[in-house]
Design a protein around this ligand. Structure first.
Ligand code: IVH
Length: 676
């Protein structure tokens, strides 16, 4: 028996050591197979001798049997909340209060760390062994989630090293990584289960499972941010030293924790974190500053709600809750109907958001978005407002599911949805003023024919008074047609006519893009121009040959073919030519381009040219540009503040280029380019 006990002890220690190396240090030293073998041996021994199972056994990490409710968990010391500062001034005021409270004339030292966007938990260690874990609850008591917390690999079941107090409460945040969150949601969708609105909800939902085996299956991590009760042993005199100690005891203390000097140190740290926030593997919603010296903390004390020695400096919210006041439908230039949510105005990341695209009927149905609903809105990629989810508990009575109208709101034509397509389309074609106005605005836009001064308002008027039906009609406009419009006078009319006149000299890529062929953006337009060199050849191209063009697959090829086989479109092109619109033939022939067959990906920001311009040059040289890194990529161009693509490229052994290297590659390619 003694022997078995010894073997169990050694196995547990060894397995926990591998867990620590894998989940905390991110540096495993044995293969998964070897690890599984050790765990299997432990499971078998424990199954044969259940009386020898201890609370620190790594086998508990796979999850205990489900329970029917959570028991109460009382905190040794209350788990308080944090006061918030929303701007620099509020941080300065707080710093002044701290200095006042301490009677300090010099800078106070603070520890600064990320404000993790997760769920907080309180872990109890007795004689170095994890014996309990509870949620925050009302701050005095929460729910016991020990079995669930044991499944989280970065939570030590037994403290490492030595010198820990007999009784110790370690507090911190349970989070789920951004990419793990995406994977989890994809899995939820596959299983037909509700998606989580954000990583915080996913972490909370995963932790509060009555069946710990479900928690065990979720990729949760624990980051400590403080201590609660400490009995029977000393701890260092400052939090930065406590953090070092926690690291020695086996916790994954964030490497972003920093000791900073005074308010300026805090604010500099805030800027540093804001700059790398998007690249962090987990969500943070601000930073927390805390007085480093623990004796000073005790002197400052706490209000009933929050300690005076700490403050959360929040990033501007990326996510808010607001109400859907109406759902409007907009008609695009290709006749696609898009539902748009009209929102009660809400501040998001420093701008007021009033509208959000709901994309299509399926999206609305899937999220069950209704007028009157409270919804979580977020700015996707920090820019485009997006409705993430409905807050179901806040739904008012008597709401109705939303349906796409059956008649176009702009022209009253039928609205149809083609088999297998997400979009509903208006069947009115250029009879529909919304489509006509959309097509004209696209034609005149900067990257197309670049007719400055021809904005949306003017276009709407021109369409409404029936002066312009097709894009070719723009070139037939006269001074008297324009001065009649609102806000137009002699001079502005003359300017506009000059601009229209200037646009007569254009290029083949611009013209191809301006025509508004569905799914043909700038890059594809340029690729077509490079491949064919002449518009007449594009017009006559068969779908099979179109597919030989870089970036054009069967669907786009069909769109292009169909577009040029509408008599109306061919007529417009003839009218444009008749109106004096000219585009020199060809860029280059289809062969002999120096970068043919090479594929590039961009990450980060380039200093000397925009990403669009860089793409354009590459395509002109015959290269392909895509968005995601795979092993078929030749080069990844790494600008400043690169994203995960740079890492992925390294992992796949793909060549990366700095901006300078990229520019000299372009230079070389230009010189190698055949002459026209
Ligand atoms: S320190 C006495 N540090 O934010 C409370 N809290 O909004 C001291 N949180 O309840 C808290 N990251 O759950 C602290 N680095 C961090 C944190 C953090 C997230 C949570 C914590 C707290 C809540 C307040």
């Amino acid at each position: 028996m003694k022997e078995i006990e010894e073997r169990l002890k050694r196995l547990r220690a060894e397995i926990e050591d591998h867990n620590y190396r894998y989940y905390v240090l991110d540096a495993p030293i044995i293969s998964d197979a070897k690890y599984d073998k050790l765990l299997r041996e432990l499971l078998q021994l424990e199954a044969a001798h259940p009386e020898l199972i201890t609370p620190d056994s790594p086998t508990l990490r796979v999850g205990a049997a489900p329970s029917d409710r959570f028991a109460e968990f009382s905190h040794g010391e209350p788990m308080l909340s944090l006061d918030n500062a929303v701007d620099e001034n509020e941080v300065r005021e707080w710093d002044r209060r701290v200095k006042g409270g301490l009677g300090a004339s010099k800078d106070v030292y603070y520890t600064a760390e990320p404000k993790f966007d997760g769920v907080s938990v309180d872990l109890v260690y007795e004689a170095g062994v994890l014996t309990g874990a509870g949620t925050r609850g009302d701050g005095r008591s929460g729910e016991t989630v020990t079995a669930n917390v044991r499944t989280i690999r970065s939570v030590p079941l037994r403290l490492r090293g030595r010198g820990w107090p007999r009784f110790l409460e370690v507090r911190g945040e349970i989070v789920i990584g951004k990419s793990d969150f995406e994977t989890l949601n994809a899995e939820q969708a596959r299983l037909g289960k509700a998606q989580f609105a954000n990583p915080r909800n996913a972490a909370a939902g995963s932790l509060r499972q009555l069946d710990p085996r479900i928690t065990a299956s979720r990729p949760l991590s624990f980051y400590p941010w403080g201590l609660g009760s400490v009995e029977g042993g000393g701890i260092p005199s400052s939090y930065s030293k406590v953090a070092e100690r926690l690291r020695e005891w086996g916790f994954g203390v964030t490497s972003l924790l920093k000791r900073v000097q005074g308010c300026d140190g805090c604010l500099a740290y805030f800027d540093e974190l804001a700059a790398i926030r998007a690249d962090l593997p987990f969500e943070i919603d601000g930073v927390v500053y805390k007085v480093d010296d623990l004796a000073a903390r005790a002197r400052l004390g706490a209000t009933a709600r929050a300690p005076r020695w700490a403050i959360a400096h929040k990033f501007q919210a990326k996510e808010e809750i607001t109400v859907i006041e109406a759902i409007e439908v907009s008609v695009g230039r290709t006749g696609v109907l898009t539902p748009v949510a009209v929102l009660s105005p809400v501040q998001l990341g420093g701008v007021t958001v009033t509208h959000a695209s709901l994309h299509n009927q399926d999206e609305v149905t899937h999220k069950d978005i209704r007028v009157g609903d409270s919804v979580i809105v977020r700015r996707a990629g920090d820019v485009i407002p997006q409705v993430v989810a409905v807050v179901r508990e806040k739904r008012p009575p008597a709401t109705q599911p939303w349906r796409m109208p059956v008649k176009c709101p702009a022209c009253g034509s039928d609205v149809l949805r083609e088999e297998g397509q997400a979009a509903h389309r208006c069947m009115g074609g250029l009879f529909c003023p919304a489509q006509r106005a959309g097509a004209l605005a696209h034609f005149a836009s900067r990257r197309a024919m670049d007719i400055k001064g021809l904005g949306e308002k003017l276009i709407q008027q021109l369409v409404a008074c029936d002066r312009v039906h097709t894009v070719a009609d723009l070139y037939r406009l006269k001074q008297e047609d324009i001065v009649r419009l609102e806000h137009m006078a002699e001079r502005s009319a003359r300017n506009l006519l000059n601009q229209i006149d200037n646009s007569r000299q254009t290029t083949l890529p611009r013209l191809l893009y301006a025509l508004g062929i569905p799914q043909v953006g700038e890059i594809k337009a340029r690729a077509l121009a490079v491949f064919y060199g002449d518009l007449s050849q594009v017009i006559e191209a068969r779908p099979e040959t179109l597919q030989q063009v870089e970036g054009i697959g069967p669907d786009v090829a069909t769109e292009i073919y169909t577009f040029f086989h509408q008599q109306r479109n061919r007529d417009v092109i003839k009218e444009l030519e008749a109106a004096g619109v000219r585009w020199p033939k060809g860029l280059r022939g289809k062969t002999g381009l120096p970068l043919v067959g090479r594929t590039f990906v961009f990450t980060g920001t380039l200093a000397s040219l925009s990403r669009d311009a860089a793409k354009e040059v590459l395509v002109e040289l015959g290269a392909r540009v895509t968005d995601s890194v795979s092993k078929n990529i030749d080069y990844v161009i790494v600008g400043s503040r690169p994203g995960a693509k740079a890492e992925n490229a390294k992992a796949l052994g793909i060549a990366t280029l700095t901006e300078n290297e990229f520019l000299s590659l372009l230079n070389e390619a230009h010189q190698a380019r055949p002459l026209r």
